[in-house]
Ligand binder design. Structure first.
Ligand code: BGC
Length: 786
């Protein structure tokens, strides 16, 4: 019997055995059985307006902002939001949850005593990017996706992929890099990993959300070229290489329009220019005008409020919003619902394999740590060494940042535990002194609820300090000192230069006193940085023999740090973001975070809103594009990182002297040292300068060797396509590869270039003509290269 006839026979049976209303029920088209247009045709206007508006969010003291139908708490406690289900049409509600560094849900639930719902805290995005290993990041994504699925979540609200425009960005830890290629490749890798489990992602925050100050009201003023080449490019790569199920529009405005209300951004660029097939959701309570959001192609308004649905219904009734536009937004959501675990009725276990995932997290963490300094082979630390561990964060790991990027994990391994697990003897007196001081502080400053912490975060415990003579005694009784410096930040605010970007006076004193005492005894001092964003290193780095940048390494952080410090893992991470010599050197230092207009403040849904604007005068010269072009020497340049071994670069060969549709570069890397190691190899390109100014060099490809044994070689191969040669030409709204001479530079970092070779492009190539949109309405005094 054909499907159709079977269907009719089934309906006939229903007619015989059921009453009229039951018949009407089953006769309604069903998602999955009927086509999407048939389902949409059967929806009432009110149902459509519900589907495009989330089911709401429980605000402390305010109750649920939406209808609460299918509300979050009914599905997965602590998830960020749900969509409305429409039972009569077979449309389930979807569950969305934060965030980029792990599934963010409540760890316990009412009525389920003794049961826990912990998730793995993965290393933060900045660390993952520092691995420069897309295979590794994809494998993290695959494990992450399984947790998403096993906890009954359809879409994870990540990865975050805004650009590190300024080191003070409060959410930089959630983002990958100052470079759009690294950002796009890392995001695509994790999305491909997560989505291989049959769950969705939401790449965020689209776009130019590069600061937290006034995040919901700031107007980002930027040129079309800076947007296309820097701030949109990573999203473009991720869309083209991984088709994320969803994109999350950001809170800010770009050149005068909220991103969530901008058809140029969400339709012309995202869908028409790039071919995005999923749906767009707002950031939580983002934008102002629900009708404008619908017109822009922002399919779903999250977490959803009743006034938003009402406004949409009223606008269709008054003719202000065409029902066709609403239908298109509905269709975009239904398309994704069809692929979701909720639609498929997936029976999730609530029991992901956290033990296995902890090991994946530990491996990834060690692969993304960056060895910044290693004088006199201070590292690795001999196993017989007796270690003195200084610094609050040696005893209190920062696994990841705060806010929606935080994860409720079962435990975290501190460095003192990691060192002990690795077999080191760690000084007991110091351990007792630091842990007592920390527990004292915690007792006096108990952690508040999420919202209270968000509005008014508890300051970190001040650095515990020791007298010089105590330190001297320890220098005599132990073999080596490790000092841990920690930094945390997150959603809602940016960092400050004083006492955050820069070390506090107490931290500086500790580094100095420990270095003086240990160096007097000819013993080494190691500094470990447990930080989520770039800090000042110049004033103190000479005091350290070795510096290990451990970033925020997830729940197994202390074990992963010990893996690298002991030499069990040879460090192979490199910086995906520059450490400048001074904050004032940062190209956006003068314009970050912009200016406020308090006289124009309004009272919005989320409290007082102060209009603000930030002008990207740094243009395309972000990060190394600036430092290299303008010859400003950073403390540690983009792409930099040491190893316990050394590598030789040789035999760079190009497949042709003249570029013709594509070109391959090969280079041979040899481990010339005494221990096995991996090397990150970077391909930069210097493009001809005629019509446009160009950065001195731009990263166009990268790769990482396998673990090479001493003496072993590997040849890496990189392919360049016309798109890799192109710059964005504003006058013609096209990506154009300019005719002329290009130099391929194979580097161990952005300034440590090991091999070069040149090729020629005979004629200009117009790679893609794109929509003429997003231009600024005001003149920008933009930085221009040579
Ligand atoms: C954040 C998003 C997050 C959302 C849901 C917002 O405040 O900006 O990154 O996904 O909340 O929690």
């Amino acid at each position: 019997m054909s499907n159709n006839r079977l269907h009719h026979a089934f309906l006939g049976a229903v007619m015989l055995f059921a009453g009229q209303s039951a018949f009407a029920q089953s006769a309604a088209p069903q998602l999955g059985k009927n086509t999407i247009p048939e389902v949409i045709k059967a929806m009432t206007l009110e149902e459509k307006a519900q589907l495009v508006v989330g089911a709401g969010f429980n605000m402390p003291g305010m109750g649920n902002t939406g209808t609460g139908v299918g509300q979050t708490q009914d599905r997965v406690a602590g998830a960020a939001g749900t969509t409305h289900g429409i039972v009569r049409l077979g449309i389930p509600s979807l569950v969305t949850s934060d965030g980029p560094a792990g599934v963010r849900i409540d760890s316990t639930r009412k009525g389920q005593p003794g049961k826990t719902f912990y998730a793995t805290a993965w290393p933060v995005a900045t660390l993952l990017a520092s691995s420069w290993d897309t295979t590794l990041v994809k494998s993290v994504g695959a494990a992450f996706g399984t947790e998403v699925k096993e906890y009954g979540i359809d879409i994870i609200l990540g990865p975050g992929m805004n650009i590190h425009r300024n080191p003070l960005g409060g959410r930089n830890f959630e983002y990958y890099s100052e470079d759009p290629l690294v950002t796009g490749k890392m995001a695509a890798a994790i999305v491909n990993g997560i989505q291989s489990d049959g769950v969705g992602t939401s790449i965020k925050h689209f776009a130019a959300n590069n600061q937290e100050t006034d995040r919901a009201s700031v107007n980002t003023i930027a040129s079309e070229r800076a947007l296309r080449e820097i701030y949109l490019r990573g999203f473009e790569i991720a869309v083209k290489e991984s088709q994320p199920w969803t994109v999350m529009s950001s809170y800010n405005l770009i050149n005068g329009t909220y991103t969530s209300e901008n058809p140029d951004l969400l339709t012309a660029v995202l869908r028409n220019d790039w071919g995005f097939k999923g749906f767009v959701m707002t950031d939580w309570f983002g934008g102002k005008d629900a009708v404008a959001q619908m017109k822009a192609g922002n399919n779903l308004l999250m977490p959803g409020t009743v006034p938003q649905s009402n406004a949409i219904v009223a606008a269709v009734k008054s003719g202000q919003l065409s029902e066709k536009v609403l239908d298109d937004n509905v269709a975009g959501i239904l398309n994704i619902i069809l692929r979701s675990p909720s639609f498929k009725g997936y029976k999730y276990s609530d029991q992901p394999d956290l033990k296995k995932d902890a090991q994946i997290s530990r491996t990834a963490a060690a692969q993304g740590m960056v060895l910044l300094k290693n004088e006199g082979q201070a590292l690795p630390i001999l196993s017989s060494h007796n270690v003195a561990l200084f610094g609050n964060y040696g005893y209190n790991l920062i696994a990841g940042g705060t806010g929606s990027g935080d994860v409720n994990k079962a435990y975290k391994i501190t460095l003192v535990q990691g060192l002990t697990n690795a077999g080191y003897t760690v000084d007991n007196d110091l351990q007792a002194a630091y842990t007592n001081s920390l527990s004292d502080y915690t007792a006096k400053h108990p952690k508040k609820g999420f919202i209270q912490e968000f509005l008014n975060p508890t300051p970190p415990a001040p650095e515990y300090t020791l007298d010089k003579d105590v330190i001297s005694k320890k220098a005599a009784s132990t073999d080596i000192a490790i000092i841990v410096i920690g930094r945390n930040a997150g959603e809602g605010r940016d960092r400050k230069v004083d006492d955050d970007y820069e070390l506090t006076a107490a931290e500086q004193q500790t580094v100095k006193d420990v270095a003086d005492a240990y160096h007097a005894q000819h013993k080494k001092v190691i500094v470990v940085l447990n930080i989520g964003g770039v800090i000042d290193v110049m004033p103190w780095r000479d005091s350290a023999d070795a510096i290990l940048l451990a970033w925020q390494p997830g729940l197994e952080g202390g074990n992963a740090m010990a893996d690298v410090l002991s030499g069990k893992v040879n460090p192979s991470g490199k910086l995906a973001t520059t450490f400048p010599a001074a904050y004032a050197d940062v190209p956006s230092a003068k314009t970050f975070p912009g200016k406020e207009f308090p006289e124009k403040a309004t009272n919005g849904f989320m409290g007082k809103s102060i209009p603000a604007e930030v002008t990207y005068e740094d243009g395309i010269y972000v990060g190394y594009r600036y430092y290299n072009t303008f010859n400003v020497k950073p403390a540690y340049e983009f792409g930099y990182g040491l190893s316990y071994t050394s590598f030789d670069y040789a035999n760079l060969k190009l497949s042709a002297q003249s570029f013709n549709s594509k070109l391959t570069a090969t280079v041979t890397i040899t481990n010339t040292g005494k221990v096995a190691g991996k090397e990150v190899v970077q391909l930069y390109l210097s493009a001809p300068v005629n019509k446009l100014d160009k950065p001195a060099e731009e990263l166009k490809s990268f790769g990482k060797t396998d673990l090479l044994q001493p003496g072993q070689s590997q040849t890496l191969s990189f392919t360049l396509t016309p798109a890799d040669l192109a710059s964005f030409n504003t006058a013609s709204s096209s990506w154009i590869a300019d005719a002329g001479k290009y130099t391929v530079k194979i580097g161990a970092s952005s300034t440590n270039i090991k091999q070069t070779a040149a090729f020629n492009l005979a004629k200009d190539v117009v790679v893609q003509k794109v929509s003429k949109v997003l231009g600024p309405q005001v003149e920008i005094n933009e930085l221009k290269g040579k």
